[in-house]
Design a protein around this ligand. Structure first.
Ligand code: AR6
Length: 171
């Protein structure tokens, strides 16, 4: 079981093996954490993403990290919140599962996640963080992973408190 660490701050500054991008289906950039990652990575990232052919909601794709201090970027696409009637919970868990599986294919030791779908995509924070923690616990219970550290990176202290509470409850 990897160590799960809640980290307050900017995911683009973390020198981990991989950071996860909360992207959209085009993988061609956007606002929020996606915009921040593309700005910090520089134009090489967009050029590579243009060749990735987009990404399905709940899936994940790998790129290099260019000017970022991490080694790789794993792009995933969270669900837009539609009230919970469109399979959002399973799609959100799938983002975490597929990102972790890609990291394991590369034998990575550390990965950092933003709070996928918690911004523009409007997922209620308590529900989204519950799915994130559930997905992480399930993944490590079922897979022999190379990952040692999983960072849950948030800019909002309320999200940090929420994660803290959920991790305590899930022990
Ligand atoms: N580091 C860590 N977390 C951040 C950062 C950062 N630099 N910047 C924002 N956040 P969002 P989504 C937090 O909207 O809801 C984009 O336009 C933010 O406060 O980035 O999955 C894409 O192209 C929030 O808690 O992602 C898609 O179109 C969390 O990251 C769409 O937004 C996620 O917010 C995806 O929406």
């Amino acid at each position: 079981m990897a160590n799960i660490v809640i980290q307050l701050g900017d995911i683009t500054e973390l020198p981990v093996d991989a950071i996860v991008n909360a992207a959209n289906n085009s993988l061609l950039g956007g606002g929020g954490v996606d915009g921040a990652i593309h700005r910090a990575a520089g134009p090489g990232l967009l050029a590579e993403c243009q060749g990735l052919g987009g990404c399905e909601t709940g899936a994940a794709k790998l790129s290099q990290a260019y000017d970022l201090p991490c080694r790789y970027v794993i792009h995933t696409v969270g669900p837009v919140w539609h009230g919970g009637e469109k399979n959002e919970a399973a799609l959100l868990r799938s983002c975490y599962q597929h990102s972790l599986a890609l990291a394991d294919e590369l034998g990575l030791a550390s990965i950092a996640f933003p709070a996928i779908s918690c911004g523009v995509y409007g997922y209620p924070h308590t529900l989204a963080c519950t799915e994130a923690v559930t997905a992480l616990k399930a993944y490590f219970a079922n897979n022999n992973s190379s990952l040692q550290e999983v960072y849950l990176v948030v800019m909002d202290p309320n999200l940090a408190d929420l994660y803290q509470q959920l991790l305590r409850e899930s022990v």
